[in-house]
Design a protein around this ligand. Structure first.
Ligand SMILES: *[C@@H]1O[C@H](CO)[C@@H](O)[C@H](O)[C@H]1NC(C)=O
Ligand SMILES: *[C@@H]1O[C@H](CO)[C@@H](O)[C@H](O)[C@H]1NC(C)=O
Length: 319
């Protein structure tokens, strides 16, 4: 009985302790990343970016060598898949998935689903024929990943009606990633994602140089990015946005010169160029991994094609 008296003190101490820890963590986080931009009277001012990113230097485009047909409807869901020429098996699995979803989406919601695979060029291999293949004018190497993403934005701008968007959603993902198209459509409803936000798995306070880059010998020059950390960005395997956001990012990526020198494409497009356009990272309401995995909007299988196929089988079985 005597000891029970102390419970509430212990309780109070615990609360204080947790609160202190929370503040400390918050302060620590604030010290390593700054996502600062302001919008005044509709004008975007991304003051946290170095000048070379906010000045619009000379026009630059990757260029496209093979251009498949564009979507025809105003209400559409466009999917770009970053793939390697040798990943034929992944493409075939995804092709079947999107073909099935296409019919469903069109019949039930009047939304046109279009998927495209993006590759560069290689001397030693050619990609299969198909109206879902975009070939960009760059060498298909890992260091050119930013150019692959750039090619997607270029193609998108080419197809998009700049006046009228309808409900237009865009997803850019890796060829080992499952995308819950149906779930995304349900989440954003008939108007599509909000125009000023990007969605996906957010990386906060990620260091500029990582082991992978050091191993490959990639160096990000101080002149290109002076900070130790990238702005917050969305992990490369899957990013979801509206066509308005995509057109902004695409347009701004055509007037900076530094992109080819940064191999970390996700930090470039959904970090730096996102901030340049005063776009926010939106929250998806829950963590989508481990026990919550079945609720995810995207699942990155980390090269596991069996898991990808399983996830797709499960989805197709339930529609
Ligand atoms: C692509 O990457 C290679 C090296 O991996 C590089 O030599 C080349 O200049 C890059 N750019 C283009 C546009 O192909
Ligand atoms: C997925 O379904 C196909 C048939 O539709 C089947 O051949 C294949 O084995 C299944 N794969 C997995 C991993 O469940």
């Amino acid at each position: 009985m005597v000891q029970r008296r102390y419970f509430r003190y212990i309780f109070v101490v615990c609360i204080f302790f947790s609160f202190g820890l929370f503040l400390l963590l918050k302060a620590y986080r604030a010290s390593y990343y700054q996502d600062s931009f302001t919008i005044t009277n509709g004008i975007c001012n991304s003051q946290s970016l170095p000048a070379i990113w906010t000045q619009n230097s000379k026009k630059w485009n990757v260029g496209l060598l093979k251009i498949p047909s564009c979507p025809k409807r105003k209400n559409k869901f466009t999917v770009f898949i970053k793939t390697a020429i040798s990943h034929r098996a992944n493409r075939d699995v995804l092709r079947e998935y999107y073909a099935r979803l296409k019919t469903k989406l069109e019949e039930e919601r009047g939304i046109e689903l279009k998927h495209y695979f993006i590759v560069g060029i290689r001397e030693d291999s050619v990609i299969e024929e198909g109206d879902d293949i975009i070939v960009g004018n760059f060498r298909d190497t890992y260091s050119n990943l930013s150019l692959k993403t750039k090619a997607a934005y270029e193609y998108f701008a080419l197809c998009e009606d700049k006046e009228e968007h309808g409900a237009s959603t865009l997803v850019i993902h890796d060829d080992d990633t499952w995308v819950g198209v149906d779930r995304i459509v349900q989440l954003f409803g008939s108007s599509g994602p909000p125009a000023n936000q990007l969605f996906g798995n957010e990386h906060r306070g990620t260091g500029v140089m990582n082991d992978w880059m050091e191993e490959k010998g990639f160096i990000v020059n101080e002149k290109i990015w002076k900070d130790k950390f990238w702005p917050n960005y969305i992990a490369g395997p899957c990013v979801i946005m509206s066509s308005k956001a995509a057109l902004k990012i695409g347009a701004s990526s055509s007037s900076v010169e530094q992109i080819p020198q940064i191999p970390v494409e996700d930090a470039v497009f959904t970090g730096i160029l996102r901030v340049k356009n005063c776009l926010e990272i939106g929250t998806l309401n829950y963590f989508s991994f481990l026990w919550n995995r079945h609720k995810a909007f995207c699942v990155h299988t980390e090269g596991n094609i069996r898991l990808l196929q399983e996830k797709i089988n499960e989805t197709l079985f339930n529609i």
